[in-house]
Design a protein around this ligand. Structure first.
Ligand code: NDP
Ligand code: GDR
Length: 325
């Protein structure tokens, strides 16, 4: 039985990856950090599976992570834990670097020193392309030009992963994932903010939805599809880097129009543009070239409209439930 350790298990991707690995008969241990609230809503349903459990640890405390690795002895480590909000990374730049860069280097160094057989996955991001001057769609040879502390922290971790692979021969893989969403997406990312906002408007619990720059464009996929891709890269004979994207890009405004129309509403009546949600630097356009992972047989099963529809239906149901009880 393969053993997988997942950091960021309480997040969107961690929950879907756990489900996928459990369905493949892995033993899964998630690392979660201590918070003052319960943070296990996305994984509570998994505890009944005898092959799933969690332990406390924090990426800014490398000894805590090393202790868990020592006890659990994983075959594969998926490092999904991160301060993952781009705008907030401008408010907490140091914490962002500590978690997103020093966290992974601590794990890589542990593997190098103590058990070089452990396979390592690094959650890299399309934010590393930032304001790239390369032509879209962006592939592995496109210029990296991050626009935020978050993008910079992920770019440093990307190179460290490559360096440990090339320098020490570790099985260390970067998945450069473009934006991926789902009903489990954090409430402050733009797609979920829109679908949750519409659900509250329909229920009469919200009057205006305040957003920032709605002109930027994103290549949106589904988290479930992307978790299949990262597992696939970890099963290859040789470690390598891959891009995961749909190749289709749409503006935030298009997403707004689509979701409000689905709900029978005119977005212009409800959306207020608020400077508070703009970033000091923006990433204006993202579109990925995922041809390399497609050669391994991966394809996305969802398109952007199906994802948004699923999120909207889920939020409408959720809001109905909480205001009924
Ligand atoms: P989430 O924000 O939903 O989850 C992040 C996870 O990291 C949470 O479990 C969070 O814990 C945990 N975490 C944060 N700080 C620490 C820390 N110091 N120590 C340990 N754990 C910590 O992100 P996603 O699931 O959407 O993304 C997963 C990974 O993929 C992240 O690394 C993200 O940067 C990257 N990524 C995401 C993309 C996307 O579009 N979703 C695209 C490209 C890359 P808690 O629940 O307590 O907050
Ligand atoms: P992103 O996702 O920054 O691409 O990072 P997010 O959904 O936060 O923003 C996408 C675009 O929408 C614009 N926007 C707003 N964004 C938020 N969050 N809130 C708003 O009110 C709002 N209004 C407009 C943003 O300016 C931006 O252009 C996500 C994260 O999951 C990262 O961890 C991941 O690495 C990248 O995707 C790929």
């Amino acid at each position: 039985m393969k053993r997988a350790l997942i950091t960021g298990v309480t997040g969107q991707d961690g929950s879907y990856l756990s489900e996928l690995l459990l369905s493949k008969k892995y033993k899964v241990l998630g690392i979660m950090r201590r918070t003052s609230h319960f943070n296990t809503a996305r994984i509570n349903h998994l505890y009944k599976n005898k092959n799933f459990d969690t332990e406390y640890g924090d990426l800014v405390d490398p000894i805590s992570i090393a202790n868990v690795i020592d006890r659990f002895k994983p075959d594969e480590i998926y490092n999904l834990g991160a301060m993952s909000h781009v705008r907030i990374s401008f408010d907490v730049p140091r914490f962002t670097l500590e978690t997103n860069t020093l966290g992974p280097v601590g794990i890589l160094e542990y593997i190098h020193q103590h058990n070089p057989k452990i396979k390592y996955y690094q959650a890299s991001s399309s934010e590393m392309f930032g304001a790239t001057r390369s032509k879209p769609p962006f592939g592995l040879s496109a210029e990296f030009r991050p626009q935020s502390p978050y993008g910079t922290s992920k770019l440093a971790a990307f190179h460290l992963t490559r360096i440990y692979r090339e320098g020490y021969g570790l099985f260390a893989v970067n998945g450069i994932l473009f934006n991926h969403e789902s009903p489990r997406r954090g409430e402050t990312f733009v797609t979920r903010k829109i679908t949750r906002g519409i659900a509250l408007i329909l229920k009469g619990k919200m009057k205006k939805l305040r957003l920032g720059n709605i002109e930027s464009k994103r290549d949106w996929g589904h988290s479930k599809d992307y978790m299949r891709a990262i597992h696939l890269m970890m099963q290859q004979e040789k470690p390598d880097d891959y891009i995961v994207a749909t190749g289709e890009t749409h503006s935030i405004k298009e997403a707004l129009e689509f979701c409000f129309k689905e709900a029978g509403l005119n977005w212009k009546k409800y959306v207020v543009i608020d400077k508070k949600f703009f970033r000091p630097n923006e990433v204006p356009y993202l579109q990925g070239d995922s041809s390399k992972i497609r050669k391994l047989g991966w394809r996305p099963r969802y398109n952007w409209k199906e994802i948004l529809k699923e999120m909207l239906e889920n939020d409408i149901k959720y809001v109905e439930e909480i205001f009924e009880s």
